[in-house]
Design a protein around this ligand. Structure first.
Ligand code: C2E
Ligand code: CA
Ligand code: CA
Ligand code: CA
Length: 386
C-alpha cells in the first residue's frame, strides 16, 4: 500500500475538481468544508479509519466538498480503477441503486453550494451509465413482474424423462421450471433464477415448484412403467438455509398425499459448502422424510469430494458439459468414467445428463452408467403438451 502524507492546513482535494482517488485516513484528522471565504461551512471533522472522496470516485462527478488536513495526516489512496472493477462485478440493480442514491445526494448538496457545480460531460462515461441503467431497469422490472407471476399462474413445470440407459425405460421425470411471461414469452429458468435468488422470491417459487410437482404426479406417474417411478425437483441453495425447510417439505407431502419415496430433490454442491452444519441437518432431515437426494451438476464445482461422504446423497448427476463432450474430448471422457466409478464405489446411483445421441448412450452403457437423461430420450415438455 502506498501512503500520502499531508501537513496541517494542506488541502487534500478541492470542491469542484475532478478526482480519481478516494482516501482512507490512517492517521490524523481532516476537515470537510463547502463554500469558500465567508461562506465556508465546515460540515465535518473526520479522523482515523474514515473514508473521504469516495463519492466522486463512484459517480465520476466533481468533488462535492473541500477536504483539508487539520493536523499531520497519513492517507491511504484508493484508485478509481480498483473501485470500478469491484463495481463492475456488482449486480446491476445495486449499481443502479448506488447511482440513484448518489444523484439524490448531489442534488441536495447542489442546493447548498449553488453555482459552484462544475458540469462536466463525458460521453463515454455517459453511454456506459446508460447501459448499466438499461440492464438495471430491465432487471428491476423483471423482478417486479416476478412478484405477481406466482399469483397470476405464469409459472409452469415441464417434465423431462429419466431413463435406464441399457433399455430406455422411463424411470422418472425431472421437473424443469418455465416462466410464461405475458409480454416476453417463455423465459428459461437460468434467465430469472439468479434474480429470484437475489430478491428472495426463490423461496416461494421453490415451494410452489414442489407443490406443483406433487399435484402433477398422479397423472405423470402413469407415464412410467416402473414399479417405483420418481419425480425429481430442483432446489437452489437459497432455499436450504432455513431449518424450517424440512417442515415445509413435510407439510407439502402430507397435503398432497405424495409418497416420499417417489420424490427426489436435486441439489448442487453450493448447497453443501456454505454452512455445512445447517446443510447437514437439512439433508439428514429430508432423508428421514423418506425422499432421496441427487447431487446435480456433479463435476462443475470446486469443493473437493469429502462432502460425498458426509451427506446422504443417493444419486450423482454427471453434468451435461462432460457428457456432451465425452466423444470428442478425452478429459471429459475421463471425468465421466471416473464419476461413474466413484459413484458406484460409494454405492450411489449415477445418472448422465444431456444424452443427445445413440453413440453417447452406447458408450455410457459400456461404462456401466445406469440412468440417463437427454434429448435422445425426450425433451422437457409441459403436462398439456403431451
Ligand atoms: P439442470 O438441473 O442441470 O437441468 C438440465 C438442463 O439441461 C435443463 O435446462 C434441460 O432442459 C437441459 N437439457 C436436458 N437434456 C438436454 C440435452 O440432451 N441437450 C441439451 N442441450 N440440454 C438438455 P433448463 O430447463 O433450461 O434448466 C436450466 C437449469 O435451471 C437447470 O439445470 C436447473 O439448474 C435450473 N432449474 C430448472 N428448474 C428449476 C427449478 O424448479 N428450481 C430451481 N432451483 N432450479 C431450476
Ligand atoms: Ca437438475
Ligand atoms: Ca443437472
Ligand atoms: Ca446442469
Amino acid at each position: 500500500l502506498s501512503r500520502q502524507v499531508v501537513q496541517a492546513g494542506e488541502c487534500i482535494f478541492q470542491e469542484g475538481e475532478l478526482g480519481d482517488t478516494a482516501y482512507i485516513i490512517e492517521e490524523g484528522c481532516v476537515e470537510v468544508c463547502i463554500g469558500e471565504g465567508e461562506n465556508k461551512i465546515r460540515i465535518s471533522l473526520l479522523g482515523k479509519d474514515n473514508l473521504i472522496g469516495e463519492i466522486a470516485l463512484i459517480d465520476h462527478q466533481p468533488r462535492t466538498a473541500t477536504v483539508r488536513a487539520v493536523v499531520h495526516t497519513v492517507l491511504v489512496p484508493i484508485q478509481r480503477n480498483m473501485v470500478d472493477e469491484l463495481l463492475e462485478k456488482t449486480d446491476p440493480v445495486i449499481q443502479h441503486l448506488l447511482h440513484v442514491v448518489l444523484e439524490r445526494f448531489r442534488h441536495k448538496h447542489g442546493q447548498y453550494a449553488e453555482g459552484k457545480q462544475v458540469e462536466q460531460y463525458d460521453p463515454q462515461r455517459y453511454s456506459a451509465d446508460v447501459l448499466i441503467r438499461q440492464r438495471a431497469v430491465a432487471n428491476l422490472s423483471l423482478a417486479e413482474d416476478m412478484r405477481f407471476a406466482l399469483q397470476a399462474q405464469q409459472f409452469e413445470l415441464y417434465y423431462q424423462p429419466i431413463c435406464t440407459i441399457s433399455d430406455s425405460k422411463i424411470k422418472g421425470f425431472e421437473a424443469l421450471l418455465r416462466w410464461m411471461h405475458p409480454v416476453q414469452g417463455m423465459i428459461p429458468p437460468l434467465d430469472f433464477l439468479g434474480l429470484a435468488e437475489q430478491t428472495g422470491q426463490i423461496r416461494d417459487i421453490g415451494l410452489w415448484t414442489l407443490k406443483q410437482a406433487c399435484i402433477d404426479w398422479p397423472i405423470l406417474r402413469k407415464r412410467s412403467r416402473d414399479d417405483q417411478p420418481f419425480v425429481s425437483v430442483n432446489m437452489s441453495a437459497a432455499q436450504l438455509t432455513g431449518a424450517t425447510f424440512v417442515d415445509e417439505v413435510k407439510a407439502i407431502l402430507d397435503e398432497y398425499n405424495m409418497p416420499a419415496n417417489e420424490l427426489k430433490l436435486e441439489l448442487t454442491e453450493t448447497c453443501m459448502i456454505g454452512n455445512t452444519q445447517v446443510a447437514l441437518e437439512v439433508l439428514v432431515g429430508l432423508q428421514s422424510l423418506g425422499l432421496t437426494i441427487a447431487l446435480d451438476d456433479f463435476g462443475t464445482g470446486f469443493s473437493g469430494l469429502d462432502y460425498l461422504q458426509r451427506y446422504p446423497i443417493h444419486t450423482l448427476k454427471i453434468d451435461r458439459a462432460f457428457v456432451s463432450r465425452m466423444l470428442t474430448n478425452h478429459e471429459s471422457l475421463q471425468i465421466v468414467r471416473a464419476s461413474i466409478d466413484l459413484a458406484q464405489s460409494l454405492g450411489m446411483e449415477v445418472l448422465a445428463e444431456g444424452i443427445e445421441t445413440e453413440e453417447t448412450r452406447n458408450l455410457l452403457n459400456k461404462l456401466n452408467c445406469t440412468l440417463g437423461q437427454g434429448w435422445l430420450f425426450g425433451k422437457p415438455a409441459g403436462m398439456r403438451h403431451r
